[in-house]
Ligand binder design. Sequence first.
Ligand code: CTP
Length: 212
Amino acid sequence: MARVLITSGPTREAIDPVRFIANASSGRMGRALAAAALALGHTVEVVTGPAEVAPPPGARITRVETARQMLAACERLHPSCDVLIGAAAVCDYRPAAPLAEKRRRDASTWTLELIANPDVLATLGRVKGSRVHVGFALETGPLAGAHARAREKLAEKNLDWIVLNAAETIGGDRGAYWLLARDGSDRALGERTKEELARHLVPLVTARSREA
Ligand code: CTP
């Protein structure tokens, strides 16, 4: 049986003590992946940002808020895991200088400076070893460009597979998916629910981890 590490949900980046930057990720994809892995008897570690839905019972849960906390938790768990699946919608940017006190309202404009967050999958991709790594690519715009960008992400993050999905999937129940692999293949999986996608993906990637 494999140890499967799953990132899930959005991250949350503070602007001041009461405001933050986040995104529409619900945590449903992470929950579906965890449930599918548990159903096959795997040990499941979920590192989740503040999501609408909780991971399933039976999963070991580490709750985080920010991208940097997500990376730190994953760096602690990754050495003992065989499979990493990055389903979190990690905020790519955070406010450069979060305020210690709440900003009061006035009539002026407010310009926020944002700085880049670390990339969880790319960072762990540099110490991947024989583990199996899987990512998601959330793309907007024409499909041809989306496939090309997903393939670039697969290479940049040193992934074995990347699941391409359209931005409409975020927060929803179902979507159209494509599965791109390191060997160059690109397969349409059609319209599925997140649970159906997870039940397809998890056996595939955990079987590969046993071959390694
Ligand atoms: N990811 C990550 N850490 C980040 C950003 C993304 O681990 N800071 C992971 C996501 O969990 C996902 C994959 O990388 O599995 C791709 O995420 P996506 O948002 O599609 O791509 P980005 O790398 O953020 O690139 P861009 O926003 O430019 O499309």
